[in-house]
Design a protein around this ligand. Sequence first.
Ligand SMILES: [Zn+2]
Ligand SMILES: [Zn+2]
Length: 673
Amino acid sequence: MKAPPAYFDIVFDIPGDLRFSYHIDPRGEAAVGKRAVVPFGRRESTGYITASRESPPEGIKEIKDIRRVVDKEAIFDERDIALAQWVAGYYLCGFGQALSAMIPSGRREASYSAFAGEEEIPPAPLEMSAEQRKAMEAITAENPAASTFYLFGITGSGKTEVFLRAAEYFMKQGGGVIYLVPEISLTHQTAEAIGQRFGSAAATFHSRMSPAARFTEWMRIRRGEVRIVVGPRSAVFAPIRDLSLIIIDEEHDGSYKSENTPRYHARQVAMRRSRTEGARLVMGSATPSAEAWEIMQAEPYNQVPLKEGGTGASPSILRLDLTRRLSGGSPPEIYPVSLEHSEGCLSDELKNEIRKTARMGRQSILFLNRRGFAYFYHCRHCGFELSCKHCSVSLTWHKKLGRAICHYCGYSEIPPQACPNCGSLEAGFTGFGTELIEEEVSRTFPDLRIRRADSDTTSRKGSLEETLDLFRTGAFDILLGTQMVAKGLNFPGVRLVGVILADTGLQLPDFRAAERTFSLLVQVSGRAGRYFPDGKVIVQTFRPKDPAILRACALDVDGFFKAELAQRKLLGFPPYSRLIRFTARSRDEERAEKAIGLAARTALQSLPRGAEVLGPVECPISLRSGYYRKQFLLRGPAMGALHALARRVMEVYTKQKDSRVYMEVDVDPVNLL
Ligand SMILES: [Zn+2]
Ligand SMILES: [Zn+2]
């Protein structure tokens, strides 16, 4: 019989690929996959046991004892540990950091540009359409034509029902299922509906759960008591047994990419897991990401036989179209309306439609992705602009609070009466936010009842649900808000959707700006008139000729991507290249500049063929929460060479690193601000 291992490798929640060896604890409880408290430097620290050894690693003189083992049963198995190692390697973070991200910590997952879930889950299974049946057959086929599928379909075409039936099918075969949804759409109702359908075999993760509750669910999954896990991006790590199916609903959603270390993308991790664990992957959206769209175009599944496994093979996705709305009804009429010659923020067209809708006894939704009253303080005399003391962004005027607030760091001040620079009185706020629209709509339609839903009015728990419930019952006529109101778009009483300003995201210095704007508009529009044939959408814009806006109004996904992908190819941006972003941030601007310069020079010295360094430059948001931010991008045709280069840059940088500078590495960055 082999002697039990006496030594263990432990990793900590810190950057770098550092493992430390310890001797077994006095009680002999240590085992791979458990957490342990150990002496680390001059203090004690909790780490993860990732491997065992019979003898200590060579060349190490003194090995300390593990003080105490935290867990009775292992929280990670070999498979989890291997996945964490892959995450650390791909996203260039610490092994321990990757493990840390896997256990549900209760750390809030920020969702930005997220759009509410596609549809409510039907309480009882309905008869499926021919297209739905075809999709089901393809996904569940014994010898499938692909292992990755994409349900590409308009809102209301029944993607959710296909997801649920596929889940049921694989669970009946004894398999486990992971069902990912954008954070924002994981409402109480979704969780409940899934619970009803799958009973105690289901576990749900959401950001409002306490860390303890999340941990309990994690262990239930680990023990095999759970067969299906529903949750936002971190649920992709769920230790579900015999994983057979991963579902990614609203695949285009920005909240699938983590904005904290490790900066992983749930889609990338899902692809990895489906490959290594032999599970099928089904994604879905009415507006796929450019990356997914490009893969679907590049390799038509019905012409090219699929290569099994093989890491070198290009991925293929079998596209399954859902073109028909189950409830009947056609897509709504969508009009772009120019705001160029309009006074105020409501065009005559929009005002007329609001009035007409109210006369019909129906409801309107007004959408603006910008909260507050006005967002831009400008002096007409000297050009002075009021921006945050800690961030290089302008302050937003919140009239009810009587303060100008920074939406990035929360700094606020009472805005000046006269220009602080020249004393001119011709200075003040312009540009409209939801608070101003509320005032203007109330003034224009004193007889109509309006309610605003944005993070200023719905911060109290349950207040958004309350507002939406009231809207559903017809308690008021107009719902106004930021992306939150999208949840209200499924309501049968709604006839009109007014997009107050479509261009809010278009000017951002990011090559994905058009894609995001397009996707948002199609998502909003697709929801209007879902239950009625006479739905109307009015899209107000200062750029009525912008192709992204025009194609969104035509619901022309194909046309949009044709033009957008041609442009990306020309400029060499993803999906036609890969990117790794380096950001240096420091309270001292010079130090940030020096650090990023050093990293960029190192990269230039060993640049692989076809790769380049873009920058270094200031980040578009050059100051944030008091930190100066500088960046450069590594760009190249393949990730392998970029990874190697990025590791080399970090190695060199770490040797001469300035402790007052934070260097962040982001592989496949989604946010470039
Ligand atoms: Zn001035
Ligand atoms: Zn700020």
